[in-house]
Structures are given as C-alpha cells and as structure tokens.
Design a protein around this ligand. Sequence first.
Ligand SMILES: [Zn+2]
Ligand SMILES: [Zn+2]
Length: 346
Amino acid sequence: METQTINAAFYRGNKSFAVEQTKAAPPSENEVSIRIVYCGVCGTDMHVYHGNMDARVGHNRILGHEMSGVVEAIGSNVSGIEPGQKVVVRPLDHCGDCPACNAGHQHVCHKLKFLGLDTDGAMQEIWTVPSHTVHILPDDIRMDHAALIEPLAVACHDVRLSNLKQGEDVLVIGGGPIGVLVAMVAREAGGDVVISEVNESRIAIAQKLGFETINPAEVDLAAEINNRTGDKGAEIVFEVSGTQPGVDAMTACAATKARIVMVAIHAQKPNIDLFQFFWRELQLLGARVYEGEDYEKAISLISAGAIDADTVITDVSPLSEIQNAFESLDASPTALKSLIKVGDLS
Ligand SMILES: [Zn+2]
Ligand SMILES: [Zn+2]
C-alpha cells in the first residue's frame, strides 16, 4: 500500500470539526490499515465536543472508536488477518509491563491508551491500528450494525461481571445507548429486565425494544420495584445514569445480596448509602470497557440478529456532515445512536 490521500475529520476545539485531506501511511510491521465504513458517535465523543477533554485530546485529533471496516493492508509481521476481511477494532492499547498487564488484566492497564482519544481514531477513511486490536467479522454481517459492536461489548462485559443467572430481576438505571444495550444483553442472558428512565423519547425506544419502563420522575422507583418483585428488590442493578438520584436508587432498589454494577462514569463523587452494603450484604462491582471475550460475544449477538440494531441506530450522516451530526445530536432529545458513514463497502 502506498501513501494515500484520504479525508479525515479533525476535532479543532470549540465544538468544531474540520474535514480535511491527510496522508494515510502504510502500516508498520505490526499494524493493520482499515478502510472505515461506519463510525458511531459515543457519549465520550460528545464530552470531547463540549471541550471537557481538551487537555487529553488536544485540538488536532481524529476521534472515533465505534467502527466497522474492511482490511486495506497488513504489516509484514501480521498473520491471521487478510486484506478484504470485515473487521472491528477493540480500541485499547496496553503497555504490557505494569501490575495490571502482568496479572492478565490488560483492559485496565495502568498506562492504557484508548485509540480515538489518546491516538487518532476512526473518523477518517483509512485507520491504521496495532494488529492485536483487530477482531475479524463474519462475511455476512451488516456493516452499520457492526458499528454497534464496541458499545455492545461494554454491555457484554457489564453483564458478564454481574454473574447474572436465569430468572433474576434486573434493574437498569438509565436508558441511553449503553443502558438499552445492557438491558438487551441482560434479557438475552435470562434476566427479567426493567429500565428506569426520565426522557420520554428514550422511554419510547426502550418500550419499542420490548422493555417495561419506570419513570422515576412520576413514580417512586424503589416502591415500584418492590411491588413488582414481592418486596424482594432487584438481584442485579446496573447504574448507567451517572446521577445522584441513580446512585440513591441503586441501593434503594437492590435485593438482599444484590450485585450492583457501576457502569456510569461519575466525574463527581456521589453520596452513597454505604449502610445498605453492610445491612443487606450488597456487592458493588466496577466494570470498565471490555476484554477480548466480550468482543467475541458482541460479534456473535450482532451477527445472530439478537440485538435490534435498527431501533438503536437513529441517525446516519456522511463524514462531510460530521459538524451537523454533532450539532443535531447535541440538540436532539430523540437521537439514541448516531453513525457517521465514512466510506462505502467495496
Ligand atoms: Zn464508545
Ligand atoms: Zn499495562
């Protein structure tokens, strides 16, 4: 592969993107170059857009990590990956030599680099990544649906760590993109899932996906969960809202011995009712990103059609319209997952 001129969307600070031409260099010996087809817009990308992460990403960064694409070229040391294969990237680059890496927990490496934030990402026509981050997709997978594999892998990791058993009552607090994906994976694993959400359009999407919803702005969430479960509470609670009311609800709705999974990123320290952890022997589990097996699970769910991807994906815009896509996503109360169409399949 020779050096190619490609289009890329650079984050320039101040809620602005510039789509400009740049050079895609050939892959080095342990890298793979991927022709990007779709790239999803993550909540984290919206944080960048709002200027909250400028110190980390700067003003010359190509964002994007929720992608699908086709292998364009491979480095000389790469084996098991061929040009033309459909792929996704698990956007984590670990150091390989810290206590977490040495213990086999590369996804929480002390020096973890997140591709698309700490390095350039997938909102460009050709993205070059370390070969160890690449997962090969089945040939018949839909590439728009495949762009959901990264956030779906988050959900697979969360549900795996919860140790969910068939028939357990599950409460998902927060019905945004990750919340509904967690709910779908938990239901697929046999959980009896209810979603708590206040936004009317998100409630409508959750119901369209077949979930019962509770709006805690209208009813007492804990009383409602107790009603539904014969005063038992939910054995598993996923806190996906990132809010103080969500943190209050996670202990108030939990059954004796419940597992509470902390999915949301709480930038501020919330108040937590720690007494309940003692009194009812609750467990609080942290869950961050994903591991390889979570990616393989997400790939199998998408390719089996087990996830209603068409309902989750609410908008698709071309790369040239990325500025509009972020502006309307920022203003829209109805959007759930927006995709950027970076290139065509061919
Ligand atoms: Zn993401
Ligand atoms: Zn490490």
